[in-house]
Design a protein around this ligand. Structure first.
Ligand SMILES: [Fe+2]
Length: 300
């Protein structure tokens, strides 16, 4: 383990002054390059203003107690997790409008991705981060540094691009820890990951645990997620940076690549897009290609 635990801000965060979702197009490849290197794109002045009526939706009681968040699948207009059907149309409208804003942001900041992002799903996160921490097993505790991996929906290397906006009405920051570059993380963690069993993956699909066959890649990403969260020394001493995201700010990262931990905060909008590795500017920087290089194996 490296002695160095403090990441420098410029190693993990790139800040942009843009203050509107459909602002002037950022020319060149600086944003996409930084993002693909695993950095967080931070827009401290990019707010998503809510109307007085929308402000009233910032109430944790509106989340179905069985769900963590309210989620909206843009493609089929399916909304899940709303406890009170009476407010569902308003929440749907809010999430639809957030999706439109995020799409405009992609066009201006990451125009290279404009036509290749797929499966937009977004969420309204109303609970304080501390609630999940107190009510979760270590595996679900997102206040531990991790990279995102789906246990039930194998994704075969597809990138997970996420946009977040802090809409806290009381001025409370969202606080993250951000970790080291993926290749360094993977190099150190790979020897600790259990080996892939095609037979076990077959079984998991057969009994309906996974929606499709868990690939070698998906196995390694899940292992990485779990081993990172379970490693107390890494959590405390691994390279990291604490970053505060104030109310009225937005940030973007590849959450399958950038180690992140949500430490505190409440009330956030989040937009997810999926993207093929081949559609990146530099596919070699993807977790899939990085893991294939390190293991010298084809993983999907
Ligand atoms: Fe996460």
């Amino acid at each position: 383990m490296s002695e160095k635990t403090q990441l420098e801000e410029q190693e993990a965060i790139v800040t942009f002054s843009q203050n509107s979702w459909d602002g002037q197009r950022i020319e060149g490849s600086s944003a996409v390059n930084a993002l693909e290197q695993g950095k967080v794109l931070f827009f401290p002045h990019l707010a998503f203003p809510l109307s007085a009526q929308q402000q009233r939706l910032l109430d944790p009681a509106l989340v179905d107690p069985k769900k963590k968040n309210i989620s909206y699948s843009v493609g089929n207009h399916l909304i899940k997790g709303v406890a009170d059907a009476a407010v569902e149309p308003q929440i749907r409208k809010l999430l639809e409008s957030y999706y439109q804003s995020c799409s405009a942001l992609i066009s201006s900041v990451l125009p290279q991705y404009q036509h290749v992002l797929r499966k937009p799903v977004n969420s309204l996160r109303l609970h304080p981060v501390t609630v999940w921490r107190n009510n979760s097993s270590w595996r679900k505790d997102d206040s531990r540094l991790h990279v995102d991996a789906f246990p039930f929906r194998p994704n075969y290397g597809e990138r997970i691009l996420r946009i977040f906006t802090n809409v806290n009405p009381h001025g409370e920051d969202r606080v993250w820890r951000v970790g080291e570059p993926f290749s360094e993380l993977a190099t150190r963690m790979l020897p600790k990951l259990s080996s892939y069993s095609p037979r076990k993956s077959w079984l998991l699909e057969k009994i309906g645990v996974t929606k499709s066959l868990r690939s070698h890649y998906d196995h390694l990403m899940l292992q990485l997620h779990d081993k990172m969260k379970a490693d107390g020394h890494y959590q405390q001493h691994g390279q990291q940076l604490t970053q505060r995201f104030p109310t009225g700010s937005t940030w973007v990262c590849f959450s399958d690549q950038t180690p992140h931990a949500a430490m505190s905060g409440q009330f956030m909008l989040e937009q997810t897009f999926l993207m093929s590795v081949k559609d990146m500017q530099n596919p070699e920087l993807s977790p899939l290609k990085t893991l294939q290089r390190l293991t010298r194996q084809k993983l999907i």
